[in-house]
Write a protein that binds this ligand. Structure first.
Ligand SMILES: [Zn+2]
Length: 128
């Protein structure tokens, strides 16, 4: 649960409150590892342990985490997905299944970095 501990540590360091909701949402994000869950995935998962969680609490919490740089949010097929890998990489999106795989091809990333003149990016490539 390395990701869980790292995120909890970040919240503490930034003087944020560790509410049961926040901790459970972090636990769920960590459980999904690098699978880029949607907000609905998280909602279903967290509601198993914290049934009274509302969608707006989940949404506001996830937005807060993004503001703090703990995660990134992006949209695929009209659905908000969560990126937990803060390192530069490429997301390969299978449009049919909606599954997203991380790719860290150093050569390819080098080419993109030179093209866009930036080190900080996530590229989403959709496979049709
Ligand atoms: Zn990714």
């Amino acid at each position: 649960m390395e990701k869980y501990e790292r995120m909890v540590e970040e919240l503490k360091n930034k003087g944020q409150r560790l509410t049961p909701q926040r901790l459970e949402i972090i636990r769920s994000i960590a459980r999904y590892e690098n699978k880029h869950p949607s907000l609905n995935d998280l909602m279903e998962d967290v509601r198993r342990t914290l049934p009274p969680l509302s969608f707006s609490t989940l949404y506001n919490t996830v937005m807060k985490f993004e503001e703090m740089g703990m995660i990134h949010l992006f949209s695929i097929n009209g659905e908000t997905r969560i990126e937990t890998k803060i390192k530069t990489h490429i997301n390969i999106v299978d449009r049919r299944s909606g599954r997203i795989k991380d790719m860290e091809d150093a050569k390819l990333l080098g080419l993109i970095k030179r093209k866009i003149k930036s080190d900080d990016f996530v590229v989403n490539i959709i496979v049709y």
